[in-house]
Design a protein around this ligand. Structure first.
Ligand code: DC
Length: 223
């Protein structure tokens, strides 16, 4: 039997960094579902198909191929045979992913893929609907969050370090917009699962948060 750990929470709460550290320490596979929505956003936007073009999206979903693979423990994301792992890591694609993630057909396709992946190994999966929709029977569900100000501060630092020109106000506005869309869409909105444990990382560093996650998992595993 494989272990499934589900991590949900808003953009910039540190989900992927913390989940990656946890996965490395525990020998789990880390599945970043946001990357799959980003690939979908890249695909449909690139084709000039908007989130409102439901018929075209339905058609597109029949043929578009999004998959993931692992290289030295790192997740690679493939879009119709092209490695788009780097291309999807921009603020613009993050915003696009959030806009296309409201479309039920896109969600259905990705949820199926994610559920299949979860049966193959011990995994920690992060996203917005993992504990509520994708893995309702996960061994541990964590809702990872932090204040908007703190999340904006972290994202700002990350982007400045990458040499990008942004202001903290822009980032904060972007985060508020994404939170609103992710929490208020009709299908699978971001919300805390009833049986999820809340981990607020506003005053924690990465190591402290990963340690807290590990402790929660150990308690659950032995319960
Ligand atoms: O985790 P991220 O920031 O890379 O995700 C990008 C967007 O994808 C996010 O704003 C909402 C959407 N998403 C989703 O709707 N469901 C998921 N399981 C993961 C991401």
């Amino acid at each position: 039997m494989s272990y499934n750990v589900a991590i949900d929470g808003p953009a910039g709460a540190g989900k992927s960094t913390i989940a990656k550290l946890f996965a490395k320490e525990m020998g789990f596979i880390y599945v970043d579902t946001g990357a799959m929505y980003r690939a979908m956003g890249l695909y449909f936007h690139g084709k000039g198909i908007t989130p409102q073009d439901i018929d075209k999206i339905k058609e597109g979903c029949k043929t578009v191929d999004v998959s993931i693979s692992y290289e030295n423990g790192k997740q690679l994301v493939w879009l119709n045979g092209e490695d788009v792992s780097k291309k999807i890591r921009t603020e613009e694609i993050g915003g696009l992913a959030s806009s296309y993630a409201v479309v039920p057909q896109i969600r259905e396709k990705l949820v199926e893929l994610q559920q299949k992946l979860a049966t193959t190994a011990d995994i920690v999966m992060d996203g917005r609907d993992i504990g509520t929709v994708v893995l309702p029977n996960a061994d541990l569900k964590v809702y990872l969050t932090a204040s908007v100000k703190e999340r904006a501060k972290r994202r700002y630092k990350e982007l400045i370090d990458k040499g990008m020109q942004v202001t903290i106000e822009e980032i904060e506005e972007d985060i508020r917009g994404r939170d609103y869309r992710d929490m208020n869409r009709e299908v699978s909105p971001l919300k805390q699962a009833d049986d999820a444990v809340v981990l607020d990382t506003s005053f924690m560093n990465i190591e402290e948060a990963a340690k807290a996650l590990k402790e929660l998992f150990e308690q659950r595993k032995d319960a």
